[in-house]
Design a binder for this molecule. Structure first.
Ligand SMILES: *Cc1c(COP(=O)(O)O)cnc(C)c1O
Length: 405
């Protein structure tokens, strides 16, 4: 439903799954009935208080929500600008925000009577979260993962296997997240009757972008309540990193109707936009269709998908969720980049400064906050989405310092 007279509405997508001109469901005919069924079941579930109650209960008992909103006093004092609050998604069970979405989707799979779950994963965080909820619900779990990512993320591969998941290596393309997603979609086409595809970010065909957003909105809803209780007001700015765009849309969405709250999405700038080696789809890409939706993509002049680069595995996806494409063009959210070097520096800054090891992905958001905060005043408030913890990135960080674990 579009509210007349406003440039941006928080009520998207429309009936076709479009956020403005972005989104949609560009999928093979064989998957259309499954997507149609999923939309129907999702709408019923979201309107069912019993379903919402079970989702909330699991977030409380199993995930450990609400996650704290932490005032980073040391960093705030050091920069001398706005107060910095961290929304601690790193403290969730399995160490990142991904589990919020997995809890919601496994409940949907159960409601649909599907007992075989498939997923794609990049750095392995979504694979671990999926394997975790599959163990909890005693469902079969197959995770597709690029062979290059398997080599880079051994601890998460071990976690998935211990949790009972089958990790299938994908060797096509660059053997990373995009290729894993291709393979998961291929699997779904062949086994659509008994299989639920548990997608990990706000991308893919309708209804996935909307569904993942609505299961991640809890991040922003809690932030709003926690800040109102503590400071009696809304934040001046929100900052979150952008992979496919799920932790950021979850944080931003409950604030989008408040024009005074500025939102910043931080893309992975890799070696810098000018180098061509980055993963900044909005700042350095063009609209096109990938994995079932129209959005901004990294592509060459012929429309071939370009390889994405980032120091952080899983931020190297060449696309971004379609709602972000709309937020970008409508200017409601500002998109910035942080380079590999800036993210690594921000990793150390938070680790030494507050005793919190962030995920390298989250460190991209911190890197931008570090630039933004000094331009603001001490009465102002910035909330940074700390999407995950950094244990699994330690080998990468040490490698960049010329050390080994
Ligand atoms: C997966 C992941 C991201 C990126 O994915 P989004 O869908 O953009 O949130 C960011 N941070 C962490 C810790 C992740 O695991």
């Amino acid at each position: 439903m579009i509210t007349p007279g406003t440039a941006y509405t928080t009520e998207g997508p429309d009936a076709l799954g479009q956020f403005g001109r972005f989104g949609g469901a560009y999928m093979p005919e064989t998957l259309m009935p499954a997507l149609h069924e999923l939309r129907g079941v999702l709408a019923g579930a979201m309107a069912d208080p019993a379903f919402r109650g079970r989702y909330r209960q699991l977030l409380t008992d199993f995930v450990g929500r609400p996650s704290p909103l932490f005032l980073a006093k040391n960093l705030t004092r050091e920069l001398g600008g706005a107060q910095i609050f961290l929304k601690r998604e790193d403290l969730n069970h399995t160490g990142a925000h991904k589990i919020n979405n997995c809890v919601g989707q496994i409940l949907l799979a159960e409601r649909m009577g599907k007992r075989r779950i498939i997923a794609e994963t990049g750095a392995g965080q979504h694979g671990v979260a999926t394997a975790t909820v599959c163990a909890l619900f005693r469902m079969e779990c197959v995770v597709y993962m690029g062979a290059a990512d398997i080599a880079r993320q051994a601890p998460n591969v071990a976690r998935m296997r211990l949790l009972g998941a089958e990790v299938r290596a994908v060797h096509t393309g660059t053997a990373t997240l995009k290729d894993a997603m291709n393979e998961a979609l291929r699997d779904w086409i062949t086994r659509v009757d008994d299989t639920y595809y548990l997608l990990g970010t706000g991308a893919g065909p309708h209804p996935y972008p909307q569904m993942v957003r609505d299961f991640q909105r809890i991040i922003g809803e809690e932030t709003r309540e926690q800040l109102l209780a503590r400071c009696g007001r809304l934040p001046d700015a929100l900052v979150a990193c952008i992979g496919g765009g799920s932790n950021s849309i979850g944080l931003f969405h409950p604030f989008l109707a408040e024009p005074a709250v500025r939102c910043y999405g931080v893309e992975a700038g890799g070696l810098g936009l000018a180098s061509g080696k980055h993963a900044a789809c909005l700042s350095g890409g063009r609209p096109g269709v990938l994995h079932g939706n129209l959005t901004y993509l990294l592509q060459d002049d012929d429309g071939q998908i370009d390889d994405a680069h980032s120091v952080s595995a899983g931020l190297d996806y060449p696309g971004v969720g379609p709602e972000h494409a709309q937020l970008f063009e409508s200017n409601r959210v500002q998109y910035r980049v942080a380079t590999d070097d800036e993210a690594l520096a921000a990793f150390h800054w938070l680790t030494r400064g507050e005793g919190i090891l962030p995920a390298l992905k989250s460190a991209h958001a911190l890197a931008f906050a570090r630039r933004l905060v000094p331009t603001m005043t001490p009465e102002q408030i910035v909330v940074v989405g700390l999407s995950g913890r950094g244990d699994k990135d330690m080998a990468t960080v040490l490698h960049h310092q010329g050390e080994t674990v």
